[in-house]
Design a protein around this ligand. Structure first.
Ligand code: 5GP
Ligand code: ZN
Length: 111
């Protein structure tokens, strides 16, 4: 199984990483859709939020407790947290991730 995000985790090149714990890490999206566009991923291959269970939920809760620290570190007061799950929702990488978008005014609803 080849997974871009697992490969990023395995590569151990942390030069672009903004934040990490033993369970998650955060780095900039390669194709930013806003002045600040970060990705937060669990350090465990979970395909989508539909695969979260009591067995792996600690990886997701660690992401949520990390987000305040991440946004504070990059100086974002307003931001949007997005997780696309499944093809129709626009998920292109099948490893759970949360987009943190900010640095401009964001429209609603998303397309
Ligand atoms: P999705 O489309 O699944 O919601 O989000 C996947 C995101 O991963 C996209 O915004 C895409 O730009 C980003 N991405 C894909 N490959 C890479 C990569 O190799 N490095 C980084 N930093 N981001 C990536
Ligand atoms: Zn993966």
């Amino acid at each position: 199984m080849s997974c871009i995000f697992c490969n990023i985790l395995k590569s151990n090149d942390k030069s672009k990483w903004i934040y990490e714990t033993d369970k998650c890490c955060c780095f900039p999206d390669i194709d930013p859709k806003a002045p600040v566009h970060l990705l937060v991923i669990p350090k465990l291959h979970i395909e989508s939020l539909s695969d979260v269970s009591s067995e792996n939920a600690d990886f997701i809760s660690d992401i949520f407790s990390s987000i305040p620290k991440i946004v504070s570190k990059v100086g974002l007061k307003s931001y949007r947290l997005v997780s696309n799950n499944g093809e129709d929702a626009g998920q292109s990488v099948m490893h759970v991730h949360f987009h943190i978008l900010g640095g401009r005014s964001l429209g609603w609803p998303p397309g």
